[in-house]
Every structure is written in C-alpha cells, then in structure tokens.
Ligand binder design. Structure first.
Ligand code: SAM
Length: 229
C-alpha cells in the first residue's frame, strides 16, 4: 500500500484542504515559515485550524498544553479563550522555551500564555489543581501519552476537552505494513494510548484522520451528576 509520508490521507485531499486553510495571521504565518525552515515540528495547518475552531467553540478559561515548541499552537489557542482565560504550556527544551517566550511577547500575550520549562512526564504529577482545565492539548512526548493519561484525566474538568495530536503518526499506528522499524516503540505506545482512550470509563473519544491523526476526548458527566438521579 502506498502512503504519503507527509500526511495520513491521500495527497490530493491533503493538498486541497491545505490550499483552503490558508493562514491569514502574519505572526502565525511567520512562525509556520520559521518552523519549516528550522525543522521544528508544529501542528499541521489543518490541525491548527481545528484547534482554532474547537477553542472558539469551547471558549475555555484555562488550557493546559503539553509540548509548546515555539509557541505556535499556544498562540492559535489563545485567540479563542474566554475573557481573562489563560494557557499553561509545558516545554522541556530550553532553546524552545526562549523562542516561545519571545514569540508570545511579540504577540502581546505574555500575561495570557505561561510557558513552564519542565519535563511533562514528571511535572503533570505536581499540578495539584484537579479538574481545573477546560481544555488540554497533548502534543509532546508521544511514547509517554499513555503514562500521562491518569494525570491528564485528573486535571481535566468534567465536560472538558482533551485534544491529542499525532496519534496516527503518518499512518503507521494504523497498519503494520507502514511500520518504520526504528519507530516500533512509539507506534506500540500510541496504539496502547488509543486503546486506553477508547476504553476509558470517563472519556468519550473520536479518532480523526486529520493532519497527523487527532483524537478528541470529552470527560463525561454521568446522568446522576447532570440531573441528580
Ligand atoms: C510537536 S512539538 C509541539 C508543537 C506545538 N504544540 C505546536 O503545534 O506549535 C513537541 C514539543 O514537545 C516537546 N517535548 C517532548 N517531550 C517533552 C517532555 N517530556 N516534556 C516537555 N516537553 C516535551 C519537544 O521539545 C517539542 O518542542
């Protein structure tokens, strides 16, 4: 089976969607160009647009992001926050942290987006604000998503939205024939993560073949909690 290394769907469909999803924000456009030139992995344009639509729909007060890189997706998300809303974004690469803070400053969002230099694998356990995030964007260490899930669900509000990027990983998650041998651990971990999401009693999850594969999970509220019976 042939596949496009840049996308998980057919190349002409991806090209069509990308052509229609042009970035109009000059600063974000500049960050896309910088990321391309410097090989920094940031959300695909269609995933960035999905993030933008979902955030504007949800209008979250508090957002947690794992994997800030140069601040691109944080800035996309920041446009849809509720008034006074904030983003806590984690990044362990000091060089990325510096670039992200500079970009966030240029956008005038330093009071809105707080970049914490930390290894998310350890840091999540130290955030003691249970059920305080309306939205979580998981876009960091793919092989560790499955181990982070308990903390992620703990931190997410009931009715909150968890968005996870790269779950189909160039299509490799979905088909043994596409496996690059050196990626075997990541692929197995991503499969475990998807299984954990789908089986989780507190999450309702949809898998989208969008960009590099995105899952959308809502932390469910029981009828008893909703209606009192
Ligand atoms: C795909 S990039 C994030 C892109 C960003 N969300 C965007 O779309 O603009 C993943 C980032 O996660 C960071 N990262 C990887 N493992 C991490 C960890 N354990 N803790 C914190 N950050 C990590 C990487 O340094 C990288 O910058």
């Amino acid at each position: 089976m042939d596949y496009d290394k840049e996308a998980i769907t057919t190349p002409y469909v991806t090209a069509f969607i990308r052509e229609k999803t042009e970035q109009t924000d000059e600063l974000l456009k500049g960050l896309e160009a910088y990321a391309k030139e410097n090989r920094v992995p940031i959300a695909e344009p269609e995933t960035a647009r999905l993030l933008s639509v979902l955030t504007r729909l949800k209008q979250p007060q508090r957002v947690l992001e794992v994997g800030c890189a140069i601040g691109y997706s944080s800035l996309v998300i920041s446009k849809g926050l509720a008034e006074g809303g904030t983003i806590l974004t984690l990044e362990y690469d000091p060089e990325m942290v510096e670039i992200a803070r500079e970009n966030i400053k240029r956008a005038g969002k330093s009071r809105v987006i707080h970049v914490v230099e930390a290894d998310a694998k350890d840091y999540l356990a130290y955030i003691d604000e249970d059920e305080s995030f309306d939205m979580i964007f998981l876009d960091g260490p793919k092989a560790h998503y499955v181990n982070m899930l308990d903390d992620i669900v703990r931190l997410l509000k009931k009715g909150g939205l968890l968005i996870t990027d790269n779950v189909l990983f160039k299509g490799m998650t979905a088909d043994d024939g596409h496996f690059a041998r050196r990626k075997v651990t990541i692929i197995h971990r991503l499969r475990e993560y998807i299984d954990a999401l789908m089986a989780h009693p507190q999450l309702e999850t949809s898998i989208l073949s969008q960009g590099d594969g995105v899952t959308l999970s809502v932390k469910t509220v029981s009828d008893k909690e909703r209606f009192g019976y």
